[in-house]
Structures are given as structure tokens and as C-alpha cells.
Design a protein around this ligand. Structure first.
Ligand SMILES: Cc1ncc(C[n+]2csc(CCOP(=O)(O)OP(=O)(O)O)c2C)c(N)n1
Ligand SMILES: [Mg+2]
Length: 576
């Protein structure tokens, strides 16, 4: 039978359950876009920039069971989208990237949008496909979808040349999609050994990354059985509920919140799940896990990469932890819960919060007051999205997260501009949940136009812009060594003007007294499906534990000579 390539793409995307595609059409994709217009199952979403589109596809994958999908033009669309594809790749997020391709039978070169997209995308995708025939389209898309979701998830790219899309070609069959079930083989001996090591430990602890996000029930059972404290990475913040008394907070080393730092001081056996011990997750490799490190991950490449592990277990976190809990149970009674640990955790958390409350924010919004009020008003299953900057670490330290996948942020690729599009997309696939973004003013400038996508689609996300007038995470890092802020002070921005331009509601929160009312109004407007941009005049004069911790860790690592050079330059600049 004969089918156009565009029809085959649509059929395949419908089969794998794609509900939305993100992108901007061009001459190399209009045929597919026209097909999607006919689809009752897929809605193509027009974005304002493919970079935003890629962050939107990423957020779909992080906050729903769908695989975020891009439909973009070759070259210019792909390079724009590359930031979001890179973020998904380094953060282990499934994504399907479909682009058009240049005409493969015209006999011409120097075509519009002609470039080798595969070489560009190879380092930030799990696999790329260049389609040559109509027959390949459906199987390639099915395979791309499976690869994106199997093992450690990530983006997969498929290029469909425009001539195949436009013109009918012969296909021998139109196969339906049948998901391939990959049989899990668990390493029972290693799991048994891990259970014994944990059970014998005097002070075990859990460290959870994003890879453990769908295994929080199992993590809770194990933590409670062992009466062990639980810390998370930044990306894994939602892997363990912050209202569980064993939850300590982000990280466990010198850049950790005090509850975690103290609870892990004597940790003699660590169960690390779904984390690569990457630079952000370890606060610049400032953590010091015990020799008895048990590392569980779906990707065996992460084992022993940065920290040696005593036991490594390759596999899906949920399946391995289920089995581990069974083994622990078989070893004996749960460890006694004498409340000492839990009391210390809650005392440390309260003291840290109090330290923030007592900080004088000088007529601006105190971050702890803001997040405490936000937590009070949000539902427990609300989704909090962060961007990358000082605001991210403030959120991580001061905003308790209660539900799995209830916090997402661009972590290892660390790409600013993530939050605004991600809020829009997370709201699209979670219409019944509150979705709020915490966005630095610098990051907001990069992708704020995706609030237009929200207003045009009637999506009530709340965009809290932390207006401090600086690229603060960097300007803070410049302060001591350079004593000047080269290129990190932002020009004056009228956030309200952006809200007007994109047809969003606007709220100003100028000081602590405006927090409760401003947040309440924002959430109630959003509940009516109207996006709201909130200009929060935040106070950044108090540093996070994370920032203080990484500065210390990095400085300590400098050689004596370099330390002296940096310190003398800093002193000299202060004198001059
Ligand atoms: C695309 C990109 N460019 C630059 C950086 C470097 N960077 C990391 S955090 C940061 C500051 C972000 O400023 P803002 O969005 O205002 O957040 P704040 O730190 O002030 O909360 C910068 C410039 C980055 N991570 N990503
Ligand atoms: Mg800022």
C-alpha cells in the first residue's frame, strides 16, 4: 500500500500515545503539522522558541506518564532546541525529537536548513535516526520511543526528509505498537549482601536522586525499618516526602542543610539510589560517603565513577528496593525508633528556618517567609518548578516538597530558561494540580514568552519571578574573589510589561506583608485557568548553605599558590 511519510509519522505518534507535540512549523514539517491537525489524539502546540519547546517536552516527561515530543524544523529548529535536548540528556529524561530533513532526491545541495544534525546531536541524544524510506518511518519511531524510555531515559532524534513526508511511498505493513516488556533480572546475591550491610550498620543513611523518584513508597519502608535519615540530591528533592520525620533535606556534606549535615555525620553505611554523584548532586564533590556505600542505579556506568562503592546493584530502583526491603525484613526486627534521630532532625530544621526568619530582609521579601507561606497555601500534590540560580537552592532548602515528581529543575546541564516553559507544559498535562514556577529574573528573560503559550491555551500556571536585579548565583560567586560584578547586574526590567504583552495577570509582592495576600490571589486566578506572573522583590542578602558550602569546598581544593593568588587579588581590589 502507499502512504505519505507525514501520515506514517502521525500514525506512529498516535500509537505510542503522544498527546502533544511542541515546535514551530517550517517548510520541512508543514505536511506533518497538517496531518496532526486531522488527528483527534494529538495536539500540536505552537511555541515561541524551540528552546522553550524542548523544555516543555522535558517537563511533560518529568510530570506525566507521556514522553515529551518535539516536532521541529531541521537545523535552525534543532539548534534552538539543543539546550533543552541537552538538559533532558544529562538529567535522564525521555524525549522524542522529530525534525524534518532536507530533500533527499532533488540532486541539489546548499539547501535551506542543510546541516549534519546527527553529528550535532550525537553527544546529547541516546540515538539518532535518519529515515531513508517510507517503510522505515513507523519502526524507527517505535524504536526511538522505546530507547528513550529504557534503561536510563534520554532523548532520541528522528529526521524525516521532507520529500518522504510529502509524497506517498510503498509500505508493506502498518504495524501497531506493542510495548516491549524488558524482563528485569535482579542481582539477588548483591541485594542480600546490601541488606546485611545495612542491617549491621550502626548509623545507616539513604541518599536519593531522581532515579528513585518513583520508588518513594519503598524508600519510606526501608528508611523506617532502619530508622535511618534520608537526604536527597537537588534533582531528587521529590523522591522522599519532606513531611516524613526521617527526611533531612538536600545533600549530606558541608553544603547540606543542617538537619542533613548532622544526621549524616556518623553515617557508616549509605544506600544511594538513582544518583550519579554528579557535581551538583555532591555540591562540587564536597560530600564524603562512607566506605560502606551501596549504590543502586539503572545505569551501571555511574558506579565507582566518582565515589567507590562497596556494593553496586544495577536495576530499576523500585524493583531493587522492593527486594531489598524483603531481605531486610527477613533479617530481623525493625531497628528501634527511639525518637532521638527524629527529634534532632525536626529541631535542626526548625532552627535553620528560624535563622532565616530572623534575617533582616530590609523591606524586601524574606525567602523563608515567602516559601513558608507558599507551602501553607499549596496543595500537597502541587508541582513546583525551579530554574537555575540562587532561587533554585533557596527553594531546595526552604520549600518542603511532599509528592513524587512534585519538584523539577534543570540540574546537570544546568540550563537557565527552563522554568517558564516547563510550568506551562506541566500545567498542560496536570490540569488538576497547582503548578508554580520559581524563576530568577535573568532566567525569566530567556524564555518568558512561553507565558504567551500559557495564556493562549488557557493554562493557569503561576510564575513567581524572583526579582533581585542580578544573575545572583554568579554575582555572589564574583563577590569575594573579584570584588566586582562583571556582566551580572541586569538592566531594569518592567516585569509587568511582560505580563501585559503576553496577556497574563500580574501581581507585585514587594515585601513580607504582601506575601500571604499575593500568593493567595495568584493561586485563585490560576485556578480560573489564567496564567499569573508575580514579581517578587526578593532579598538575596543571606547565602544558602549550598552556596557557602561549594565556595568553601572549591577554595580548599586550590593549591597553596593559587589560593594565595586569589586571596591577594581580592585583598588588593578591596584596598584599591
Ligand atoms: C544558559 C545558561 N547561561 C548561563 C548560565 C550560568 N548561570 C548559572 S546561574 C546564573 C544566574 C541566574 O540568574 P537569575 O536567573 O536571575 O537567578 P538568580 O541566581 O538571581 O536567582 C547564571 C548566569 C547557565 N547556567 N545557563
Ligand atoms: Mg536574579
Amino acid at each position: 500500500m502507499k502512504k505519505t511519510g507525514a501520515w506514517l509519522v502521525r500514525f506512529a505518534l498516535e500509537q505510542i500515545g503522544v498527546k502533544y507535540t511542541f515546535g514551530i512549523p517550517g517548510v520541512h514539517t508543514t505536511e506533518i503539522y497538517d496531518e496532526l491537525e486531522k488527528s483527534g489524539l494529538i495536539q500540536p502546540v505552537l511555541v515561541t522558541h524551540e528552546g522553550g519547546g524542548a523544555f516543555m517536552a522535558d517537563a511533560i516527561s518529568r510530570t506525566s506518564d507521556q514522553t515529551g515530543t518535539l516536532l521541529i524544523v531541521p537545523a535552525a529548529g534543532v539548534t534552538h532546541a539543543a539546550s533543552g535536548i541537552g538538559e533532558a540528556f544529562l538529567d535522564g529524561i525521555p524525549m522524542l525529537v522529530i525534525s524534518g530533513g532536507i530533500h533527499t532526491a532533488s540532486g541539489k545541495t546548499y539547501q535551506l536548513h542543510e546541516m549534519d544534525q546527527h553529528t550535532l546531536l550525537a553527544p546529547i541524544t541516546k540515538k539518532t535516526y535518519k529515515i531513508d524510506t517510507h517503510e522505515q518511518i513507523i519502526p524507527a519511531i517505535y524504536e526511538a520511543y522505546q530507547i528513550a524510555n529504557q534503561g536510563e531515559p534520554g532523548p532520541v532524534f528522528v529526521e524525516v526528509p521532507v520529500n518522504l513526508q510529502l509524497f506517498p511511498g510503498e509500505v508493506s505493513q502498518i504495524p501497531e505498537f506493542i510495548a516491549e516488556i524488558v524482563e528485569q533480572r535482579l542481582d539477588h546475591a548483591a541485594i542480600q549482601e546490601a541488606a546485611q550491610m545495612l542491617y549491621a550498620a550502626g548509623s545507616p543513611g539513604l541518599f536519593l536522586g531522581w532515579g528513585a523518584v518513583d520508588a518513594s513508597e519503598e524508600s519510606i519502608s526501608i528508611a523506617e525499618f532502619l530508622n535511618a535519615p534520608v537526604a536527597t540530591t537537588l534533582q531528587g528533592l521529590s523522591s522522599f516526602p519532606a513531611d516524613n520525620p526521617l527526611h533531612t533535606g538536600m545533600s549530606f556534606g558541608p553544603a547540606a542543610v543542617p538537619a542533613a549535615e548532622n544526621a549524616f555525620k556518623n553515617c557508616d553505611c549509605m544506600l544511594a539510589v538513582g544518583t550519579r554523584f554528579g557535581e551538583i548532586g555532591t555540591a562540587s564533590y564536597g560530600v564524603n560517603p562512607p566506605a560502606n556505600l551501596i549504590h543502586i542505579d539503572i545505569n551501571k556506568k555511574v558506579f565507582n565513577a566518582n565515589y567507590p562503592a562497596a556494593i553496586t546493584i544495577e536495576g530499576d530502583a523500585k524493583a531493587v528496593l522492593k527486594e531489598l526491603f524483603k531481605c531486610l525484613h527477613a533479617l530481623g526486627k525493625p531497628k528501634p525508633d527511639n525518637d532521638v534521630l527524629k527529634t534532632a532532625i525536626s529541631r535542626d530544621k526548625a532552627a535553620y528556618l528560624d535563622e532565616w526568619f530572623r534575617h533582616d530582609s530590609n523591606d524586601r521579601v524574606n525567602p523563608a517567609r515567602f516559601f513558608t507561606e507558599l507551602r501553607k497555601q499549596l496543595d500537597s500534590d502541587a508541582i513546583v518548578v525551579a530554574d537555575d540560580g540562587n532561587h533554585t537552592f533557596l527553594a531546595a532548602e526552604l520549600m518542603p516538597i511532599y509528592s513524587p515528581r512534585g519538584f523539577i529543575s534543570p540540574t546537570d546541564f544546568n540550563c537557565m530558561g527552563y522554568c517558564t516553559p516547563a510550568v506551562t507544559a506541566a500545567k498542560l498535562v496536570n490540569p488538576d494540580k497547582q503548578v508554580v514556577g520559581i524563576i530568577g529574573d535573568g532566567a525569566f528573560l530567556m524564555t518568558c514568552m512561553e507565558t504567551l503559550t500559557a495564556s493562549s491555551m488557557g493554562l493557569g500556571g503561576v510564575y513567581f519571578v524572583f526579582s533581585d536585579g542580578e544573575l545572583s548565583q554568579i554575582s555572589q560567586a564574583q563577590e569575594i574573589p573579584y570584588n566586582r560584578k562583571t556582566c551580572t547586574v541586569l538592566p531594569d526590567i518592567k516585569i509587568k510589561g511582560i505580563a501585559d504583552a503576553t496577556d497574563c495577570e500580574f501581581i507585585l509582592i514587594e515585601d513580607n506583608t504582601a506575601c500571604a495576600g499575593g500568593i493567595k490571589r495568584a493561586l485563585s486566578i490560576a485556578a480560573e485557568n489564567r496564567p499569573v506572573i508575580v514579581d517578587v522583590k526578593i532579598d538575596y542578602s543571606k547565602r544558602t548553605r549550598f552556596t557557602k558550602g561549594i565556595v568553601k569546598t572549591n577554595l580548599e581544593r586550590f593549591s597553596m599558590g593559587n589560593k594565595a593568588r586569589f586571596i591577594s587579588r581580592a585583598l588588593l581590589r578591596r584596598v584599591i
